[in-house]
Design a protein. Sequence first.
Length: 401
Amino acid sequence: MAKHVVVTGMAVMAGGAEDVAGFEAILRASRRLEAAPPFDWERGLARLASRWPEREARARRAGRTGGAALRAALIVAAEAMARADPDERLAAEDLGVLIAGSNLQQGEAFAAYETFRTQPAYLSPRHGYQFLDSHVMTAVAETVGAQGPGATIGGGMASGNVAVTMALDLVRSGRVAACLVVGPPADLSPAEWRAFATMGALAPTPAESRPFDRSSRGFTPGWGCAALLIEARKSARGREANMLAEIAGACALTGADQSPAPDSATALRAMAGALRDAKLAPADIDCIGAHATGAPAGDLAEAEAIRRLLGGRAAHAPVNALKALIGHSLQSSGLLGLAALILQLRGGFLHGTAGLVDVIADDLLLPRETLSARPRIVLSNAYGFGTIAASVLLRRVEEQS
């Protein structure tokens, strides 16, 4: 049994940033970004090859027939492992892989269906296994050499936090020493985007998406992916690995309701559950990284849950919304939120929430600009349609040894 579990590896591509340093610069600027450039597979491989040529070769081989979402996942997976375990001292059987998300390659499937409709004889036989979500997991496992437990964890837009909660359980139980959690970028077809627009979830323009603002009219899409290596502290110390943060506690649950309507009560239960798991109190929280997407009903429900959790401290614990800076990356958004909080824990700052004009909750502390701070305990929220809620608590690592 592992009493303490830490994050020892991290890689991010989001908001036009190609690496962790670029992502941190986005956070520190606390400014809304324009549309990110398209993912460049060869450019990503070149970055890997410049430092870790053997890792690049594995990623190239595993992604030779994949789509953009799979290939982006391979880049961040390879980089996170290279940074966390450069000498590859983790045993293959002691390394698990969890992919945050389901329906991971809808765009690729849409193109395959169109080929089948118009020219069925030209449909690639690879579609017979590549349409499965498990294909992304096995390609990542091949890239990093993992031979422990592997699965895809579907929790809608909460998938990142749900997957980290499951990884925490795996490591705590002793089933594995470490588990790599990867959040691929969204690959939706025109049908899914049309459905989002029809249900009123999408803002008509990026400027009209303002998380925690009364004028917001929905979310704006963002592109991003991330990978975190979750590891038992004993294992990390044995390898003399750099510990980026401790996962103090986590909770993932549902509200027994399949509707897409937001659920403040379930959000509150998830936050309270994470605190119980960590044996902490609401007063210990120094910052909350909110799920806040810019959907008015959802933001109001989360604000209410935070208000009820913090009570009189609601006006003193900063709350920030990453999606105000980089948009909503859907199933990978939770993992990106955790990466952002790790950088803030280590960097001594808290990013602001861009675009706020008419705040929906005057009794919450919602900084617009970057704050200089030394947070010790931070909380990440992530929610999915069907009243899925997952909260993860991170603690700053004070000493490496």
